[in-house]
Design a protein around this ligand. Structure first.
Ligand code: FCB
Length: 448
């Protein structure tokens, strides 16, 4: 088989905080990313999402662009504080009206939405009560999700509960490089658990409220390789795999928390009292698909006892993107194969894959991003290899449709297949957008 199956879904992805802007408009409440990005020193250049791509006002133009590019699938996220400014309770009708218009316009344009319920923008009011470290946040999340299922369930065939809970927990509460910027691994473990619990509760609500739809979760996953074949490095790679991958995969698939991970966390916390016995059954409530975000692999060597996972990251030999992430397309194939071997066979979607490069328009305003096309092509080839071997991969969403607010890196990193001039808010499809449009149309990744 040279081509992708004709029913393969071709799409592009974005997230609310990264593109919408209108941060204080029409009654939207504050999110942890508003607070974090306005805290000096947290985000590169002091950038924030107040305006971002101004998608809140330009969504119609953006949907027209998706349509012109022939992309029939679009993954977006909903801003929780735009609907519930205090996190729960009072509903903001103007926020509901915005998403109603957006979804309606997508559907009328022949574009099928995949909606992520939570892509990192927790209402600050909930963070003030402990955020994801507070057990009650799981229930608040499920309530918010249930509202969405009820209100928009008929318009949205595919839902993703959480985007990358590992990042919310580890980067938000452990490393502190993302909102809310806490640095305590005890809190990170607890936050991770409540994210998973919230996910499970939301899936349960979904079965009652939207029985015809499908629901899944999106994880950021990276295959881990030892720096050498020495047993210490192989052991370090196994520990790092527990941290990056099994921490979330195992409980979701009914295997409970990996024992090796819990013992690695022991120097930071032995207190697992937040884990109630009945929780794991909720967390592993069956889903319909698994979403995978893949950007790069991880290579480690054995580290010292006081280092997290007793592992040290080693840079790979391959070329890197503007994020400094090694381009390792075989890692996508290895990851997909491993998921199929170690976990229940579920339909899989690549919900994010893509690359940042320093794009600059030429004198004619064209953006010849051949490096991005190269990245996408080799990753798609590895995805196809998995499908050819019978792998249940059903769709692919590029990260990202638009250049946007890249979290702690602000606007300095461009992931879009569409260039955004942040001063004029002009959109300009890059060469990769036209290329991807041809690939989506033909299913043939060898398109020139
Ligand atoms: C992922 C995020 C997404 C984007 C890409 C580059 O971790 O889900 O929002 O920022 O990284």
């Amino acid at each position: 088989m040279e081509r992708f199956p004709s029913d393969f879904l071709w799409g592009a992805a974005t997230a609310a905080y990264q593109i919408e802007g209108a941060a204080r408009e029409d009654g939207r409440g504050e999110s942890i990313w508003d607070r974090f990005s306005h805290t000096p020193g947290k985000v590169y250049h002091g950038d924030h999402g107040d305006i971002a791509c101004d998608h809140y006002h330009r969504y119609q133009e953006d949907i027209q662009l998706l349509k012109q590019l022939g992309l029939k699938h679009y993954r977006l996220s909903i801003s929780w504080p735009r609907l519930f400014p205090e996190g729960n309770g009072r509903l903001n009708a103007k926020g509901v009206a915005f998403y109603e218009r957006l979804l309606d316009d997508l559907i009328c344009s022949g574009i099928t939405p995949m909606v992520t319920v939570y892509h990192w923008d927790l209402p600050q009011a909930l963070e003030d009560r402990g955020g994801w470290t507070h057990r009650d946040t799981a229930q608040r999340f499920a309530d918010y999700a249930a509202f969405l299922f009820q209100r928009f369930g008929a318009m949205v065939p595919k839902w993703v509960t959480l985007n990358e809970p590992w990042c919310s927990a580890a980067l938000g509460y452990g490393f502190g490089v993302q909102a809310p910027g806490k640095t305590d691994w005890r809190l990170a473990l607890q936050a991770g658990h409540h994210l998973l619990l919230g996910h499970g509760l939301a899936v349960q609500a979904f079965r009652d409220l939207a029985p015809l739809g499908q629901i899944g979760i999106t994880l950021n996953l990276s295959p881990v390789y030892p720096a050498t074949q020495q047993s210490e490095d192989q052991e370090a790679a196994r520990r790092q795999d527990g941290f990056l991958n099994r921490w979330f995969l195992d409980p979701l698939f009914g295997k409970g928390y990996p024992q090796d991970l819990l013992s690695e966390f022991a120097p930071w916390t032995n207190d697992l009292s937040f884990l109630e016995e009945r929780d794991l059954a909720v967390v592993s409530t069956p889903v319909d698909f698994l979403g995978i975000n893949y950007y790069t692999r991880s290579i480690v060597r054995a580290g010292k006892p006081d280092q997290l996972m007793r592992a040290v990251a080693v840079p790979g030999p391959g070329p890197v993107t503007a994020m400094g992430w090694e381009i390792y397309p075989e890692g996508l194939y290895d990851l997909l194969s491993r998921l199929q071997a170690d976990y229940r066979a579920l339909p899989l979607y690549i919900t994010e894959n893509g690359a940042a490069f320093a794009d600059t328009p030429d004198a004619d305003g064209r953006i010849e991003d051949t490096d991005r096309m190269g990245y996408l092509r080799v990753h798609l080839q590895n995805a196809l290899r998995f499908i050819e071997q019978g792998g249940p991969l059903r769709g692919y969403y590029i990260w990202s449709f638009l250049d946007n607010f890249e979290w702690a890196m602000g606007y300095s990193k461009r992931f879009g297949i569409v260039y955004v001039d942040y001063l004029s808010q002009q959109r300009r499809p890059k060469a990769s957008a036209f290329w991807y449009s041809r690939v989506a149309n033909s299913g043939d990744v060898t398109e020139p």
